[in-house]
Design a protein around this ligand. Sequence first.
Ligand SMILES: [Zn+2]
Length: 464
Amino acid sequence: MSDRWLLRGAEVITCDPGQADLPRGDILVEDGVIAAMGPELRAGDCRVLDLRGKLVMPGLIDAHRHTWQTPLRALGADWTVMDYLAAVRVKLAPAFRPEDLHAANLAGALEALDAGITTLVDYSHCMGSPEHADAALSALEDARIRALFAYGYAAGPRECPALPTHASRLQEARRLRTTRLASDGGLVRLGIALTEMQIPWEQSRAELLSARELGVPITAHCSAWPVSGPSEVQRMAAEGLLGPDLLFVHCTWSSDEDLARIAGSGGSLTVTPETELQMGMGFPITGRALRAGVRTTLGCDVVSSNSGDLFTAMRLALQVERGRTNERVGLPKALELKAARVLQMVTLDAAEALGLGRVTGSLRPGKDADLLVLAADALNLTPLNRPRDAVVLQSHAGNVESVMVRGRWVKLRGALVDVDVASVRRRVVEARDAVLARVGGPSALLEEQGALATHWDMGTGAGG
Ligand SMILES: [Zn+2]
């Protein structure tokens, strides 16, 4: 496919503070980069895509997803967080083999691209061996998605001969940093996903310091239920370990003081409204986080329970926050959280949270061409009034017609490009069958709930 594309005549939402939206604009893409934007561009020799009646906007950024759980789709539709931990983290994770992880991550990354997500934070905490890491990483590369491959330090509940010690898991991330992910210039970059704080604090500290030596972004589940003792953020703050490279996830039980600490350190936060609301992790803190000045992003978290559709996450985050505020104030004079603010959370704010603010997250000349084409002529978007707001409140993943990552079409006119979808489907179904067979079938998934207390401190009365 040509390296020069002219996208002609679309309604353009830039999500960039320095670049006005264009009611009818052109975008010229050269060598993966946005070369020019404006009405009626003259571009010379290039391929032209007529997008009259369509909407172009930055690709969405899912800041938190355990992509490896794709074969477990909807198994946890009625699970609490305790059910989820017992079934997925204790029972199912150790049953994944490298080939299952490859099938899972490939299908999950393609599902994300298909739904307009051009950048994924893959919180990959199913690392049973070096081969698991290599397979998961290869699948992201094969899907041609932009991703932070957040290597999970978390050990499983059983002995792991390939990575028998905490030190060996730290070393495994070092191996990736010095070999396949030595460069930060590729579409897939290395990140680190910390183990939950239910390990000794000395190990958490070692994980943080080791990740910092690697010079990569760090993400961590945080305060999803009340724990006994000081919070993760309190401990990190006390030792000067907070920083702008940290992306905290959930924080539903974080105090206002902890949110202020995160904001003050330049760190970021990801709300995953569907899982938080379902599983009993407390209430999504979108409004509190924004008021505290924390850079706030959204994630789909797990398709083992809920949808992998970031449009749904946007809508849910917005309306749940409004509902909570309205319940408190009665009939509101005005709605505090605006729809367009939520769009910023899944575009530019998320890019900045990943240290990619200069590369992606908005449309302006000089940035990589990570974008999606939305069917603004679909009935559910017609007539197109207030385009940014319509994206948040009216559109869905089925409206995504085309998707470009770094100037390359990964989806075009409704179909993934150069993807054997039947093969991807077959492989992820085979992975589902193999993993479930190894654990004794779906009826056995919750049978180790009693063992949870040995793995996680669930505090005093929360956690569902
Ligand atoms: Zn998670």
